[in-house]
Design a protein around this ligand. Sequence first.
Ligand code: ISE
Length: 330
Amino acid sequence: AVKRIGIIGTGIMGTDHARLLTEAVSGAVVAGVFDLDTERAAGAAASSGGARVFADPYELISDGGIDAVLIASSDATHEAFVLACIEAGKPVLCEKPLAPTVEGCARILEAETAHGSRLVTVGFMRRYDPGYTDLKTLLKDGAVGAPLMLHNVHRNPAAVPGLPDAAVITNSAVHELDVTRWLFDEEIVEVTVHRPRATAQGGGTQDPQFLILRTASGVLSDVEIFVNARYGYEVRCELVAEAGTVTLDAPPPTSVRRGGLHARELPGDWRPRFAEAYRLELQDWIDGTGGGATAWDGFAATFVAQACVAALESGERHSVDLPPVPALYR
Ligand code: ISE
């Protein structure tokens, strides 16, 4: 049967998910939407083939005409909505972060464990990006030998003015924290954060930042996170291993030679760059194959992000001592 999806939050991500669910994913329809901005909700409903606009998000979650919920509202609202979905026994795909605090993520782990089965998927969509999955397959197949280092670059053209220094990590670099855990199938045990000279374009935010993550087996993953890079949106990743390297390469299909320049177009934000990743993530979620990041992955990403924020503030190396993985996630 076609899954009837309710979307909470119809900002840029919620609207993009509504479009993909309506046009590019099979087995689902957008049956309901909620947003504090009722006009924005109405627009998303109209472009999703006439979904119902709910006046209250908890009404959407409990409605008998909604089979599963996609949360794309502001970070601080995620915990309450995820807990309500667990209470209602409904599968939920929550955009990253699962919750901005470790305590909030822990409450979700507790509720899902009490429920007794996994309902929560976290929107770390790079796990579905064809480049990243290729990189992981080559690593797992031993194509380049044992991993030694991972070099990551993550650049946004512009962030909101006055972005807190911590949000550069919790909202953006959090993707590389998850990629590092997922790629090597192991935990991050130590983090250091360096403060380069900040760009004058960053409105006072410490931007860029340079993170060094060490995994349990000693692999070093470094992350240049720069959210006011101006020139465009760009994500790079190179795996360095004992017998070779694997580099993420997601060129646009064409390049243009004109006026003495040879140019490739750069995306303006992450949506075009990760369009296929989002489509594959949504299709996998609808098919229920359970390939996405779990609530434990969401907890661990926020746990490491908080350690990175502490390291940013202290200027010291911080160890990361995650609690044991609860049985539901082993
Ligand atoms: C944004 O929230 C995302 O999740 C994007 O994937 C990321 O590239 C960007 O830096 C974040 O702000």
